[in-house]
Design a binder for this molecule. Structure first.
Ligand code: CUA
Length: 391
C-alpha cells in the first residue's frame, strides 16, 4: 500500500505539473480551479473524519481487549452529551460544505453584461455557435458550425439550447457538462487562461450519431480573437469567378438542380453574406477555414490540410479517405457515412428517418466536386484564419 500511495502522490504531482488537475481537467479554466478547491475541503474533512474514527476504533479495540481486561467494562445506557456531539459535528460539517458549495456556485455563475456571449445550439448531430449582436459590439450575428472560437483569459457566457432533443455541451478540460434543452436557454460562464484547442463532445445520449456529435473549443490569444471577430463580422462569402468550378458549385448550392430533383443546399444551410439562410443544418459560412467535417467525424479538413494530409480516417466506417474524398462522400451520401444524419443524399437513393422518406435527388460526381470546391472557397481572410499556427 505504501508503494501505491507513493504512486498516487506522484501521479497527482505530475498531473498538476502539466497544468492538469487529477480527474478535473485543465488548471487554466477557473471552473476547474473552483471545483478543485471545493474538492480539497471535502477530501480534507473526509481524511480528518477517517483518521478520527479509525483512531477511536483502534483505541477502543486495544483498550478493551479481552486479554487485558479481566473485569467487564462499565455498562451504561444513554449519554446525552455524547449524542449531542455525534449529531452536532456532522451537522456543522455538512453546513460548512454547503456554504462552500453555494459560494462556489455564486462565483461560477455571475454573468456580467460585458461578458462575451456565445449561443451553443445543439442539434442531431452537430453544433452551431452564434455570437449575438447584442452582447458584442458591431454588426450582424456570426455563426460557426462545430467550432467555437473564444478569447483566452476572458469570461465567456455560454447560452446552451437545442433545436430537437436534449444534448449536452461538454468540453471536459474546460468544466462540467451543461444540458442543451429545447426551448430552454441556460446561461453560464466558461473561461481559460491557456490558448489552445479543447475537445468537446455531446454528453447526453441523443440518437444514432451521439458519438459523432463533437466540437472544438478554440481559445485564441485576445489579439488573435479580435482579428477573427472583426473579420468574421465583416465577412461576405467570396463571389466565385465566372466559369469556375466554384461558380458552378455556387449555383448548385443555391438552387439545386430541378431536373434531377437535387435539393438546394441553401434550403438547410446558411452562408453569411449570401442568399443561403437555411437553419436546419449547420452554418457553413467559414467552412473552408474549419478543421473538421461532419461535427468532428473527420479531423484535418482545412484547405491547407487538403494539400498536406494524405489520408483522413473515417471514424465510423474505418475506411481510408483523403480529405477531398471525405467531403465528396459526405455530400454524396451523408447518412451512409454518419448514421442518423438527415442530410439528403445526392446519389439518387432514398432513405427513411422515422418512417418518412428522404430523397435528395441526383448530382453527378463532377457536380458534387463543384459543390465541394465552392465550400472550400468559403474562407476567412488570412489574418483571421483562427487555425493559423495551430498544429
Ligand atoms: Cu447530442 Cu448526444
Amino acid at each position: 500500500t505504501r508503494a501505491g500511495l507513493i504512486a498516487l502522490g506522484a501521479a497527482v504531482l505530475s498531473s498538476c505539473g502539466q497544468g492538469q488537475f487529477i480527474f478535473l481537467g485543465d488548471q487554466a479554466a477557473s471552473y476547474n480551479r473552483e471545483i478543485w478547491n471545493l474538492s480539497l475541503w471535502a477530501i480534507g474533512l473526509s481524511i480528518i473524519i477517517f483518521v478520527g474514527v479509525s483512531g477511536m476504533l483502534f483505541y477502543t479495540v486495544q483498550k478493551f481487549r479481552e486479554d487485558r481486561n479481566t473485569a467487564a467494562p462499565q455498562q451504561f445506557h444513554g449519554n446525552n452529551k455524547l449524542e449531542a456531539w455525534l449529531i452536532g459535528i456532522p451537522i456543522i460539517l455538512v453546513l460548512g460544505l454547503s456554504v462552500l458549495s453555494v459560494r462556489s456556485l455564486a462565483r461560477l455563475n455571475p454573468v456580467s453584461q460585458e461578458t462575451l456571449g456565445i449561443e451553443a445550439l445543439g442539434a442531431q448531430f452537430w453544433w452551431n455557435f452564434s455570437y449575438p449582436a447584442s452582447t458584442v459590439q458591431g454588426g450582424s450575428v456570426v455563426t460557426n458550425g462545430n467550432e467555437m472560437v473564444m478569447p483566452a483569459g476572458q469570461k465567456v457566457a455560454i447560452t446552451t439550447t437545442s433545436r430537437d432533443v436534449i444534448h449536452g455541451f461538454w468540453a471536459p478540460n474546460l468544466g462540467g457538462q451543461r444540458a442543451s434543452i429545447p426551448t430552454v436557454k441556460k446561461v453560464w460562464e466558461l473561461d481559460t487562461q491557456r490558448p489552445g484547442v479543447y475537445q468537446g463532445n455531446c454528453s447526453q445520449l441523443c440518437g444514432a450519431s451521439h458519438a459523432n456529435m463533437r466540437f472544438k473549443v478554440i481559445a485564441l490569444p485576445p489579439e488573435r480573437f479580435a482579428a477573427y471577430n472583426e473579420a468574421a463580422r465583416a465577412y461576405v462569402a467570396p463571389t466565385p469567378a465566372p466559369g469556375s468550378a466554384e461558380e458552378r458549385g455556387y449555383n448548385l448550392f443555391m438552387q439545386g438542380k430541378a431536373d434531377t430533383g437535387a435539393v438546394a443546399c441553401a434550403s438547410c444551410h446558411r452562408v453569411q453574406g449570401t442568399p443561403a439562410g437555411g437553419v436546419s443544418g449547420p452554418d457553413l459560412s467559414f467552412f473552408g477555414t474549419r478543421r473538421t467535417l461532419g461535427a468532428g467525424m473527420w479531423e484535418a479538413m482545412t484547405p491547407r490540410h487538403w494539400e498536406e494530409t494524405e489520408v483522413a480516417q473515417s471514424a465510423k466506417t474505418e475506411k481510408q479517405y483523403s480529405p477531398a474524398q471525405a467531403l465528396h462522400e459526405w455530400i454524396k451520401n451523408s447518412p451512409r457515412v454518419k448514421p442518423g444524419s438527415i442530410m439528403p443524399s445526392y446519389d439518387g437513393s432514398t432513405y427513411f428517418v422515422d418512417g418518412k422518406p428522404i430523397k435528395g435527388g441526383l448530382l453527378t460526381d463532377d457536380e458534387i466536386d463543384d459543390v465541394a470546391a465552392y465550400l472550400r472557397s468559403l474562407r476567412l481572410p488570412e489574418e483571421a484564419d483562427y487555425w493559423r499556427g495551430i498544429p
